[in-house]
Design a protein around this ligand. Structure first.
Ligand code: MIG
Length: 835
């Protein structure tokens, strides 16, 4: 199948595209708006600036969110629609109606200044330049005084000044370094197997980035689906620029000052990941391909025999009849429904791959109904566009057309009925084999809201709209369950429909490090449900590399191992008994942490803050973190320091200011310094913020094997005073949480001299788990003499006795941990431990 030659050809094309795009003002005829001739308020918060050559719209959507649009040339603007603050043709933006925000306008001969509670937008008149200031008057971001906003032919671009100490982050799926200074990145969804750290573009386009300087952050979302590029100081050290080969120069400016504020706003604008089913946060096992049925059953059986937890097994392209989407190969999978229901009894769910290409074959139902419904992309002459993919010649659904998305979604009926529950969308850049561009002809026509625009405009959202059709189709077919969709290609906002993985990586230490960086970059770009192929897709990892990758994978929301065809088996038990034991414990750790992971993912779905956060994101003031992607935060409370090099038994970790605990030893550590962490091959360095109450559960073989029991809260005492952590739980699968059937607690701790109070606080939600044991573990708690529960003492017993009792407390002197056990379903009490 020739992965390397694909790699080289695509790289060549990318290089040409890049040079075409780097139109420099010295070599291209850039025009810019010139002098402002008139300034009008269309309505409060929405302003037009006209020059002799163009019109610029500046719209204040919220006190920290401003949209800028350039209409070059004599474009006549449409009259303001009923809601002038939005428009309905963006594929990314979902929030268009914003409550009115107060804007005060000052207008003098030099500039118009729009001021909100958080920032000022200054529009200089001669020539037209835009800059943003905070309320203290500091410039946060400014058009380059010489160039500013420009167009050349259909190209649009804006140049901004680049302070030497500003760092840039985000940009979606980018490999290489965390900060993107001195680099040029392109957005053009591309299938590039065995990509390297400098390969760009890759599968996904998220034209969104942060600038962070002096601990303060702003964001810019360039909502343009054409091929776009960002030059972050590569052309010139004193300016950066972004633009596209066509379309509007339209961007959203988001002001923090905390990076988290920027991301909350961005995900409010483009939408958030829906709460995933809990099973999709279990361990997932894939390869190209588990086939036939007997092999799938063997894999499942081996997980259970070896007591290695697993929730999902994937079927890659060979389950289909000649790669025809929505069909089964009857020889290899004679009775899919029975196979899937048997596996379900054993706790597994089945995910299947689907590609967009529909085989040209008049005896194939999807081809016939697609043709009859005019669902395929057509060339300008009206003929159906075809290209080669796995099945041979294929037609490609036009996912920008709502009726095509419905047809596509409804086509999953058979697979859904057979019991399939995971929907893996691949090849949706879209990838086409037999053409030099590796994708659909750029002149091919898409419906695009009835505007009938060319592929060049729709390429970057093709995958996203495929996942939309998939998500909405499955939502309708299986109305009581949350869909799980996984995609390779997507655009900004695609998190509304799908989780993402980072495509065809390689079994190398370098790729393990790249996986972490890429997942972090995607996470802060709105894609909270991310993962990379554990162990590497291409090539064969050593036992050590696989074990280390699996450990890092515990802390990627999507924990999925996968492998290319023709590779040796890479399942967690393939590296000898010592590594099998290590890998089992690693996956057990994932399952023990699920109450925390699920809580973190629920926060992401509601609040937009992802599980994986670069250190600089939570600690923007700490310069030491500017370039660091070798350690990261998982949620608010866990600091993860994966081992990324061969043979390591220790590694350096930078602890942020404050107190920390080593997860493995429960030892307290002072932050604000570098430490050397023990990193035997059996475990990943993991640190807990002092002040955390970490929810954990008993190990299980799959997520819904048994109700959580016991539910454990590990209290890592704050240095002093009080602190709190969130806890969230629901039925894990249905949408009943939307009607209030969830359980949410803000669990508080108060640390006083000689005393610690743990208070489960006010209950939120109506979800009622069945009776179970609650365990409260207090780290550093061996000095306590008395434990009361809602004011009444509970008995002190030995650790051995505690396991047989319903209620009591004990001290484990070796770990220095106090363990209290309480029968409870309400989670509503106050526990006090005293010296
Ligand atoms: O051209 O379906 O990235 O995960 O195993 C290769 C076969 C097609 C690429 C995906 C990979 C998958 C493979 N696919």
């Amino acid at each position: 199948m020739n992965i390397r030659s694909i790699h080289h050809r695509v790289c060549g094309i990318a290089a040409i595209a890049l040079s075409l795009l780097s139109l420099h003002p010295a070599t291209a005829q850039w025009d810019s708006p010139g002098t402002v001739e008139s300034f009008t308020q269309r309505q409060p918060g929405d302003y037009l600036f006209r020059t002799s050559s163009s019109t610029v719209e500046v719209t204040v959507l919220a006190r920290d969110l401003v949209r800028v649009r350039l209409h070059p040339g004599g474009v006549t603007l449409p009259p303001p629609p009923a809601d002038t603050r939005g428009r309905d043709t963006s594929w990314a933006v979902v929030k268009t109606a914003w409550p009115r925000t107060d804007v005060s306008v000052t207008d003098d001969s030099n500039a118009v200044t729009l001021t909100t509670a958080k920032l000022s937008v200054v529009i200089r008149r001669n020539p037209l330049r835009i800059l943003f200031r905070d309320r203290a008057g500091n410039v946060i971001n400014a058009d380059d005084p010489v160039k500013g906003m420009c167009w050349a032919g259909r190209n649009v671009r804006v140049w901004k000044t680049m302070p030497a100490d500003e760092r840039y982050y985000g940009f979606g799926e980018k490999a290489g370094r965390l900060a993107r200074n001195n680099s040029h990145v392109t957005m053009w969804n591309s299938d590039i197997p065995a990509y390297g750290p400098d390969t760009d573009p890759l599968y996904k386009s998220v034209p969104f980035f942060y600038g962070i300087r002096k601990g303060m952050a702003y964001g810019i979302f360039f909502d343009n689906t054409w091929r776009s590029s960002f030059d972050m100081g590569k052309e010139s050290r004193s300016e950066y620029s972004f633009g596209a080969e066509d379309g509007l120069l339209e961007y959203y400016f988001l002001y923090g000052p905390a990076p988290a504020d920027v991301l909350r706003r961005f995900t409010e604008l483009v939408g958030r990941m829906p709460l995933p089913p809990r099973w999709s946060l279990g361990y997932q096992q894939s390869r190209w391909s588990y086939s036939p049925e007997s092999r799938v059953r063997e894999i499942a059986r081996t997980f259970r025999e070896k007591q290695i937890p697993c929730d999902v097994i994937y079927l890659d392209i060979d389950y289909m009849d000649g790669y025809r989407i929505f069909t089964w190969n009857k020889e290899r999978f004679p009775a899919p429904q029975r196979m899937i229901s048997d596996l379900r009894k054993d706790g597994f769910r089945i995910a299947v791959i689907v590609d967009p290409g529909i085989k040209v074959d008049s005896s194939y139902a999807a081809y016939r109904t697609g043709l009859a419904g005019s669902h395929f992309l057509t060339s300008p002459d009206g003929s159906v566009f075809t290209g080669d993919v796995w099945p041979g010649l294929c037609a490609f659904p036009d996912f920008t057309d709502a009726s095509t998305r419905s047809w596509w979604g409804a086509s999953f009926a058979g697979l859904a009925e057979a019991g399939v529950r995971g929907w893996w969308n691949d090849m949706n850049e879209p990838s086409v084999f037999n053409v030099p561009t590796k994708t659909v002809d750029l002149r091919v026509i898409h419906d695009d809201h009835g505007m009938r625009s060319p592929h060049g405009k729709n390429h970057n959202i093709y995958g996203m709209q495929m996942t939309r059709g998939t998500y909405e189709g499955i939502r309708a077919l299986i109305p009581d369950e949350r869909p799980f969709v996984l995609t390779r290609a997507t655009y900004a906002g695609g998190q509304r429909y799908s989780a993402v993985w980072t495509g065809d990586n390689v079994a190398s230490w370098e790729h393990l490090a790249m996986a972490v960086t890429m997942c972090l970059n995607l996470s802060v770009s709105g894609h909270a449900f991310v993962g990379a192929d554990i162990g590497g897709f291409i090539g064969y990892p050593s036992g050590e590399l696989f074990a280390r990758w699996l450990q890092a994978g515990v802390f990627t929301p999507l924990m999925r191992a996968h492998s290319a065809i023709n590779e040796r088996n890479k399942e967690p038990w393939e590296y000898g008994t010592a590594f099998t034991d290590i890998n089992r414990e690693t996956i057990n750790l994932r399952y023990r942490l699920l109450p925390y992971i699920y809580t973190v993912m629920e926060t992401a779905s509601r609040d937009g803050l992802p599980a994986m956060r670069p250190m600089i994101f939570s600690h923007p003031d700490e310069e030491a973190f500017q370039e660091r992607a070798d350690q990261f935060m998982f949620g608010d409370d866990l600091l993860v320091a994966p081992v990324l090099s061969e043979g390591a038994t220790h590694r350096d970790v930078r602890l942020p200011a404050g107190g920390w605990y080593d997860f493995w030893t429960s030892k307290r550590l002072d932050g604000g310094r570098d430490i050397t962490a023990d990193a035997p091959v059996s475990r990943i360095p993991l640190f807990i913020r002092a002040g955390t109450i970490l929810p954990m559960q008993q190990p299980v073989q799959y997520t819904d094997q048994a109700p959580i029991d016991p539910l454990t809260f590990v209290v890592y005492p704050a240095t002093s005073g009080s602190d709190s952590s969130a806890y969230y739980e629901d039925d894990g699968i249905s949408f009943r949480y939307q009607a209030g059937e969830f359980l949410r607690r803000t669990v508080r701790q108060e640390v006083h001299p000689g005393q610690i109070v743990v208070d489960f606080g006010k209950p939120e939600g109506t979800y009622a788990p069945s009776q179970r044991s609650l365990i409260v573990e207090i780290v550093d708690g061996s000095n306590f003499q008395r434990v009361t529960l809602d004011g009444k003492s509970i008995p002190k017993v030995s650790p051995q006795e505690l396991s047989t009792l319903q209620q009591g407390w004990a001290i484990d002197p070796t770990r220095g941990v106090l363990t209290a056990k309480i029968p409870d379903a309400r989670m509503r009490f106050r526990l006090v431990a005293q010296e």
